[in-house]
Design a protein around this ligand. Structure first.
Ligand code: PGA
Ligand code: ZN
Length: 417
């Protein structure tokens, strides 16, 4: 058995939005790994640069001319060294020379090649024998904001989070039931509803934020009663998309509302209370650490999660922890580039008692690696949509992981709620 890298190959493929993206194969003497990069629509400003100038074609050239010659001969088993080499080749803070998505695909393909060389599933290779806990699926049910165009809620995502399920399969079933019930409710509410779905497979309908909340409350309640465990829900406001820096207001176009930071804080606090939200992502724009901290101090039994705020970046998170800005963090490996970078951020989060939420991107591929990463790095929640091919690829992989673990499989602990 050998984990020495023999070849690194890159190609252009497409993501679920039809945008060009990069896929990388890493080949060792005894194994093979393949990974492709996702893409965000409502990206954080502090994310790494996805591709060098010239896009995916140029990124492929970088793999052929710079990355492959350096990596061939190295040991895929030394992930940190591989990721360090990627940083050295690039030599910028934001991967603008080789592209953050290039680094992402190489880093993940490398980990899988090593796992495959040992004949181990990726989650076990990365997480060891101790990795046996399944995450709760946080699933997008209704879309709005930047993920839609036209008349829809201003809030970007209404997300189901089933708690108390005994197995991942049960939890995923709950989300699918909620998704189905919401469809029926939307048919009644919006006479022109024609089963439209967003990139993430969530419903797109001509409804307001309050209507979306009411529909979610009923669907979650009914599902809780049918399945016998608590199905809660939360939201991703993606507030950077609503923020108008010139006016210094959050602009809710659909509802014709403009809120300053104080009013936004009060609005979110009331939503949490009224609808018993257990999860709120990016309630303020990405530089407003102060308001995040105020809200976190004021609410109980709710995860306040930073996505655009932290962009999986260890420095931004460390600063946030000092200010007590949140209690959860979205982990999108391609926001930061490599597996090692993301793992460092996850460890910082855990030390501070922040819940790491492993996440897909709105533009994604059928790549299922995040299912393994959630289990390996013990993230108690995975945010990955409910239906739609690229989402279900991750859900189904978690079902397989649960089966593989057999009696040792256990749902993660979600203490904060
Ligand atoms: P994305 O964002 O479009 O950048 O993937 C989704 C999110 O805000 O969580
Ligand atoms: Zn988000």
């Amino acid at each position: 058995m050998s984990t020495v890298i023999e070849d690194v190959i890159a190609r252009k493929i497409f993501n679920s939005r039809g945008e060009e993206t990069i896929e990388v194969d890493v080949i060792t003497a005894s194994g093979f790994g393949r990974a492709s990069a996702p893409a965000g629509e409502s990206r954080g400003k502090a994310e790494v640069v996805y591709y060098p100038q010239g896009g995916v074609d140029e990124a492929i050239k970088k793999v052929e001319e710079l990355i492959s010659p350096e990596l061939v001969g190295l040991n895929a088993d030394f992930q940190e060294e591989i990721d360090k080499t990627l940083h050295e080749i690039d030599n910028t803070k934001d991967f603008r020379i080789i592209g953050g998505n290039t680094a992402f695909a190489v880093s993940l393909a490398n980990a899988e090649a090593a796992a495959n060389s040992y004949g181990l599933p990726l989650f076990q290779y990365l997480g060891g024998y101790a990795a046996h806990e399944l995450p709760y699926p946080l699933g997008n049910i209704i879309s709005g904001g930047k993920h839609t165009c036209g008349k829809s809620p201003d809030i970007q995502e209404f997300l189901a989070l089933p708690q108390g399920a005994d197995s991942f399969l049960e939890a995923a079933t709950a989300n699918i039931k909620i998704h189905g019930k919401v469809k029926e409710a939307l048919k009644k509410k919006d006479k022109l509803f024609s089963s439209g779905k967003s990139d993430e497979g969530a419903w797109v309908a001509n409804i307001t934020d309050p209507e979306a909340f009411e529909i979610m409350v009923s669907a979650c309640e009914e599902t809780s009663n049918e399945l016998g465990f608590k199905c809660n829900f939360g939201i991703d406001i993606a507030a950077s998309s609503l923020w108008n820096g010139r006016k210094k207001k959050y602009v809710y176009e659909r509802s014709g509302k403009e809120l300053d930071s104080g009013e936004q804080l009060e609005f979110i606090r009331q939503l949490i209370e009224k609808y018993h939200l257990v999860y709120v992502e990016d309630p303020f724009h990405e530089e407003d650490y102060e308001s995040f901290a105020e809200l976190t101090k004021k609410v109980k039994n709710c995860l306040i999660c930073g996505d655009d705020l932290f962009v999986t970046n260890n420095e931004r998170l460390t600063h946030g922890i000092k200010m007590r800005v949140a209690n959860a963090i979205i982990i999108k490996v391609n926001q930061v580039g490599t597996l090692t970078d993301a793992l460092e951020t996850i460890e910082t989060a855990k030390r501070a008692g922040y819940v790491p939420v492993m996440s897909h991107r709105s533009g994604d591929t059928c790549d299922w690696h995040i299912a393994h990463l959630a289990v390996a790095f013990r993230c108690p929640i995975i945010k990955t949509g409910v239906v739609e091919g690229t989402r279900i690829a991750k859900i189904n992989e978690l079902v397989r992981i649960e089966e593989f673990l057999g009696d040792r499989a256990k749902m993660a602990e979600l203490q904060i709620l």
